[in-house]
Design a binder for this molecule. Structure first.
Ligand code: NAI
Ligand code: MG
Length: 352
């Protein structure tokens, strides 16, 4: 029997609430299935620790994560720490240090959930975000700090290796879906270096996937396709920044940020991959017990798929969809249910 070691990093705000719910559901699922085990180790890496000790990740912390099969992450961000400090202090060192270059973000309108789009408009997308370089490479600097002549540069870095591997990943994924359709999103009319490299490498890689239909859209234009003709998209591949923005739009169009999951994958499996809801620490609802745990449960489904536990993943997804369909919704979806009530409903279905 496979016994998986999972590092749980709840982080800040509602990350703590939803990861607790996710761990509970995963443990119930493992107990019910009886065919695999999950062993969780909890890490208190978050903004409280940073404010107390000056570091999000303690010395040697990243190396200690290597021993795990997967990382189950909540959110990081506090009103007492600048966002660029928290993001670069915890989430990005894990993504970049473990070469989790493929960020996979499915978007679908779950049963019982109302999309803000006109009725009948179908959303069934997977956004593949380049997660290791590009606009978030961290390359740049500030000169003449604080003086009127201050200059800041934020340099996007696109490597042929980085571009080719994300395209290949997206083609492989598109191939597994019924529509077998991949849309390349760039901005190669205005950004004529890195984005043109993206286009060129895409055309080269496409030759190896004649069974996948391809289309190209500029990033501004694709936002209108997402809203007006969502059925025209299937798998979308885009850069770190572009896909970051598009996936928040995708989450909102699917009903709420509170249901959207994501996987930060190291496809070679040299390092553990990290699974997290796409939302942040949500200061406005922290501690109120109303955070929607569905994003985290769906994230758990992605983690189980990655671990190779397809049957358990299907069972959890079915339980999630039965609960959303029943109308038991948290306030972000227009309901009155609490995190506890939604979690209990999913647990009841799993234990049935
Ligand atoms: P946010 O995702 O925390 O919240 C945006 C809005 O969505 C809020 O109104 C919030 O209440 C709502 N929301 C989010 N998740 C929800 C859930 N599960 N259930 C119900 N409602 C939900 O984004 P925001 O406000 O821009 O950022 C807050 C903090 O989180 C910042 O410090 C930011 O840097 C951080 N952040 C961290 C991320 C991460 O760790 N991956 C991702 C996004 C933001
Ligand atoms: Mg984002």
């Amino acid at each position: 029997m496979n016994n998986y070691k999972i590092a749980a990093i709840p982080g800040d705000g509602i990350g703590v609430e939803v990861i607790a719910a996710g761990v509970e559901v995963l443990q119930a699922l493992a107990a019910k299935c009886g065919t695999f085990g999950l062993e969780f180790a909890h890490f208190d890496w978050g903004s409280e620790r940073y404010l107390r000790e000056g570091q999000y990740i303690p010395e040697g912390g990243l190396a200690s994560l290597k021993a795990f099969d997967a990382i189950f992450f909540g959110a990081v961000g506090s009103q007492e720490v600048p966002d660029h400090v928290s993001l670069w202090g915890l989430r990005l060192p894990i993504c970049q240090g473990f070469d989790q270059y493929a960020n996979v973000r499915p978007a679908r309108v779950l049963p019982g959930v109302t999309s803000p789009l006109a009725k009948g408009k179908a959303i069934d997308w997977v956004i593949v975000r380049e997660n290791s370089e590009g606009e978030y490479a961290g390359s740049g600097g500030r000169v003449h700090q604080g003086l009127p002549i201050e200059v800041a540069t934020e340099v996007s870095t696109f490597t042929r290796v980085g571009v080719e591997r994300i395209h290949r990943f997206a083609f492989e994924l598109a191939r597994t879906r019924p529509a077998k359709h991949l849309t390349l999103v760039t901005k190669s009319n205005a950004q004529r270096h890195g984005m043109v490299l993206w286009d060129e490498v895409f055309a080269e890689v496409a030759k190896d996937y004649p069974d996948v239909r391809t289309t190209r859209e500029l990033v501004d234009a694709v936002t209108t396709t997402m809203v007006l003709k969502p059925e025209q998209l299937d798998v979308v591949v885009a850069t770190n920044l572009h896909a970051d923005i598009l996936s928040d739009l995708a989450a909102a169009l699917s009903g709420s940020l509170g249901i959207a999951p994501t996987a930060n994958l190291n496809p070679s499996r040299e390092f553990p991959s990290m699974f997290e809801p796409i939302h942040g620490s949500a200061f406005d609802i922290t501690g109120k017990g109303v955070a929607n745990p569905i994003a985290t449960f769906w994230t758990a489904v992605m983690m189980l798929e990655h671990l190779g536990e397809a049957a358990a993943a299907r069972e959890l997804m079915a339980a999630i969809e039965a609960v959303t369909e029943s109308g038991l919704h948290t306030p972000d979806l227009g309901g009155k249910a609490t995190t506890r009530e939604v979690t209990d409903a999913v647990l009841a279905l799993i234990r049935r």
